[in-house]
Design a protein around this ligand. Structure first.
Ligand code: ZN
Length: 713
């Protein structure tokens, strides 16, 4: 489901001092790639002497107790000050006027920035929500200009403006830019105000020129376009006997639809396995780029993915002209010319342009792990390895083999046979939901009730419900929180003419979980500078808690122990699969930083090798087959700039939160207690929520219990 967290500002911990192990990795991998670019930013020549003189003057004026603050503030301002911001005299005048040398002035400054930044965030978000209304909501046709409104980002230049008018420098002069290391090491002893000050400063911890940001947006859009048009026309796949295994008109988008078709075919006892093997072969050809260019998104040719033979389609399954052969008329099986990797290299090259403006996190890898996730790469890697090498993996594999009645094949990384049983058919559930919620208003009216069933007191349930507005969604549904307390959260849900169906209801309950989190973490957090959660995995986990109780909210029995166990095993197997994918994604980015001059062909070869290596290490032992490249198939690897590690983290976090909810029983108060923590580091948040930092233990423990319940030891 689509969950919108627009304006989720990347306000994050920086990493001037990475933990030692991470430092080694980052130095070894990226020194060659960006050493010359970092030097490209020149501080004005007078800066060093002027800053030293100003520091002495500030100490004389405000006393020795301000020495540390003055030193830090001047260093932070100097880091971002450019010649166009003014000469030495302008710098001196700025510092003299804006250094808050006593606590009362500092408090006033902190309060005022907090209040006014909430205003600008909130109103920008409000404009953006209004501009997107026509495309987001079920309000009739979207005209071309509506799309222009929706694509406009009113906040795009705020950071630039704040550097230009020097409000950003005022913050940098007075509040600390903490490193991730400091957040992790010292954060436990910080007061809430100190955390809020750190988050305030981090908003201005980067000054990326707008042309660089624009280039990133363009590369991202191009990559998304490449991915979104990468369809395989399944009716035109021929098996070695020349048979068509798939139905006419079936068009599958790589990799999501291809993967889901593998999952769906477990139910086909006749041809399922042949189809799954064929999809695996197609995926192999995409990753290695031995796929004939002409078969991509083209129902006009038939293709045998085993022999790689291509010919004009002997049967037509769609109306309208087929895609022209780019060469004109001849049909050949000339391979796709490494376009997949050319697109990825473009992502890399444009990301490198930020490196020079990001001295504390000088590679995209650093920015993703140390800033966006705030979990050091070495730690995440250790967590993933804990899952990948767990003895529970071969045990689960054995259980899958016994259910399938055969040894595992590589495509079984997407095995989907762990299923919670349901005593109700979807049609029956549709009927119940439509009766209960004929309109969006009916759902809106029921929210206080639903929240009370989840253990919220009547008073808290009413309070939260009053902060949620239900809108009819154009698509499947999403949650849109607000960014200021004067605004409400929006729950967008799909309601058919015949009333809400079960799928829509299930999504609405999920989105309601987001809205409740958004309400507590904005309206009830002590500092609005700390509003939100550490990253999207946390709000997703909280939303899943709600979603997991959707049947009870309908007045039906909760899932039984067997269903719970199946769900756990499904999550565990999915985490095992995506953990390897995350390692491939990360290793490929390291390889690019190590080989900044690589050609698409070389990146192709490297990605294939990395995929095989990780497979051979963590998967071959249970799949008994070497050199499989399937871990390299994810499309997000091509268009999402090292996003894939978020998935396994999400699974681990969800389990930790779920286990904690089970322990305490009442969801409501526990949910509120967790959500009010706001946006501190993931570990800090999780320790507050569950007593333990982020980690795979909860998932592994639950899996162990589930395997025992399934009779595996
Ligand atoms: Zn969600």
């Amino acid at each position: 489901m689509r969950c919108i967290h627009r304006f989720f500002l990347f306000v994050i911990c920086f990493a001037t001092t990475l933990p030692l192990a991470a430092q080694e990795i980052s130095m070894q991998s990226s020194s060659s790639a960006h050493s010359e670019t970092t030097a490209a930013i020149l501080q004005p020549g007078w800066m060093k002497d002027t800053a030293a003189k100003l520091q002495r003057e500030l100490v004389v004026k405000y006393g020795d107790q301000q020495r540390m603050r003055a030193e830090r503030g001047l260093r932070q301002v100097a880091e971002f000050w450019r010649a166009e911001d003014g000469d030495a005299a302008a710098f001196e005048a700025f510092v003299a006027a804006n250094f808050a040398g006593d606590q009362a002035t500092l408090d006033t400054m902190f309060d005022r920035f907090q209040r006014l930044l909430e205003q600008i965030d909130g109103h920008m978000h409000e404009i953006s929500r209004e501009f997107n209304q026509q495309s987001d909501l079920d309000l009739g046709p979207v005209l071309p200009f509506d799309e222009l409104f929706a694509g406009y980002d009113p906040s795009a230049h705020v950071i630039d403006d704040f550097f230009q008018n020097k409000l950003a420098f005022t913050v940098l002069l007075n509040f600390p830019l903490a490193t991730l290391d400091e957040c992790l090491k010292d954060g436990g002893a910080w007061s809430r105000r100190q955390w809020a000050e750190v988050r305030l400063a981090q908003r201005f911890g980067k000054r990326i020129p707008s042309n660089v940001n624009l280039a990133i947006a363009q590369a991202g859009a191009e990559a998304a376009q490449y991915v979104s048009e990468y369809n395989i026309w399944m009716y035109h796949l021929l098996d070695p006997q020349g048979q068509r295994l798939f139905p006419p008109k079936m068009r599958l988008l790589s990799h999501w639809n291809l993967r889901d078709e593998i999952k769906a075919n477990y139910a086909d006892t006749e041809n399922g396995r042949a189809k799954q093997r064929m999809i695996q072969q197609v995926m192999d050809r995409i990753v290695t780029q031995t796929i004939p260019e002409i078969v991509v998104n083209n129902p006009g040719v038939d293709w045998n993915p085993y022999t790689n033979e291509v010919k004009a389609a002997s049967e037509k399954d769609i109306d309208g002209p087929a895609k022209e052969n780019s060469a004109g008329t001849t049909i050949t099986n000339t391979r796709e010319p490494d376009t997949r990797y050319a697109v990825l290299l473009k992502d890399f090259n444009v990301s490198r342009r930020v490196d020079a403006y990001s001295p504390t996190a000088p590679t995209l890898i650093d920015r993703r792990f140390n800033e966006d996730r705030e979990i050091p790469e070495v730690r995440l890697k250790a967590m993933l390895e804990q899952i990948l090498t767990s003895p529970l993996v071969p045990q689960t594999a054995k259980l899958i083999e016994s259910r399938l009645g055969r040894p595992l094949e590589p495509f079984d990384v997407w095995y989907n046979g762990f299923r919670p049983g349901s005593q109700y058919t979807e049609a029956k559930l549709d009927e119940m939901v439509a009766k209960k919620y004929p309109t969006a208003e009916a759902y809106q009216k029921d929210i206080p009730n639903l929240l009370m069933k989840l253990g919220f007191s009547p008073e808290r349930a009413r309070y939260v419900a009053n902060n949620i507005i239900v809108d009819p969604a154009r698509g499947s549904g999403h949650a849109m929180g607000s960014q200021m307390r004067a605004e409400k959260a929006h729950l967008r849900t799909r309601v058919e003419k015949t009333g809400m169906n079960y799928k829509g209801y299930n999504i609405a309950v999920h989105e309601m979980g987001h809205n409740v989190e958004q309400t507590f973490s904005l309206n009830d957090v002590d500092y609005t500078l700390l509003q939100g959660v550490p990253n999207t995995a946390f709000t997703e986990a909280l939303a899943f808690v709600f979603q997991g109780h959707d049947l009870e909210l309908l007045g039906l029995p909760a899932p039984d122990a067997k269903s719970e166990a199946e769900k756990t095993l499904n999550d565990f197997w999915g985490t095992y699969e995506i953990a390897g994918v995350a390692l491939v994604d990360t290793a490929v980015w390291h390889w690019m930083y190590d080989h900044p001059q690589a050609t698409p062909r070389q990146l192709n070869e490297a990605t294939v090798q990395i995929s095989k290596d990780i497979w051979n290490r963590y998967y071959a032992p249970v799949f008994h087959k070497n050199d499989v490249v399937l871990l390299g198939i994810y499309s997000h690897m091509i268009d999402a700039f090292l996003y894939l590690p978020d998935y396994p983290i999400g699974h681990m976090i969800a389990f930790q939160i779920e286990e904690q909810m089970k322990k305490t029983g009442a969801i409501g108060p526990e949910f509120e207690r967790m959500a009010r923590m706001g946006r501190v580091t993931p570990d800090r948040w999780m320790e507050h929520a569950t007593g333990r930092p982020v980690g795979p233990e909860a998932l592994l423990e639950a899996t162990q219990r589930a395997l025992a319940a399934a009779g595996v030891r």
